[in-house]
Write a protein that binds this ligand. Sequence first.
Ligand code: CA
Length: 220
Amino acid sequence: MRILLVEDDPTLSNQVRQALEEADYAVDLAVDGRDAQYRGETEPFDAAILDLGLPLVDGITVLKGWRAHGIRFPVLILTARDTWHEKVAGIDAGADDYLGKPFHMEELLARVRALIRRASGNASSVLACGTVRLDTRSGRVSVDGESIVLTSHEFKVLSYLMHHQGEIVSRSTLTEHIYAQDFDRDSNTIEVFVGRLRKKIPSELIETVRGLGYRMSGAP
Ligand code: CA
């Protein structure tokens, strides 16, 4: 899952970025509104965290611009103070949730998880496919009730596929959603990660759809 973080305060952006990366999200950072506008319109994100007070273009204008362009990823806005008019303006502009500064990092992570889950139509925080369970709160993955150990990249691939069960997901889509833009990407490695995943979970759960990509499904 890939997140666009828009925050001009370097201390805060570093803290948030680190927390998100530790939770196995790929993170792209924009430090002004113009860059945020452009990235949001050109890159596929699973969610955005958007500060409202930004250089060049303010956060509300950025958000209105994204929505006017048909960009639908969920957006969590960060308001400088817990002021009601900023929240109302943000929600009117198309925000899905808001958080007043200062906030606890755990709360930010919980809200981001919930936004991504809801955007992909998953009501429960534990995603299930066949005998595989992925607990989005703890990041724990189990097969038949037994915990399994995944590398960060394996987890990212599995998490994306489990959030999008039943859909055909191409290798390039997986690449775009597990790496940030400044990362040295190689879509061939996706095959390697899927190959390793199939050794750790029942292999039939991840189907190869020839020429198109992969489909994860627990249906027989
Ligand atoms: Ca700011």
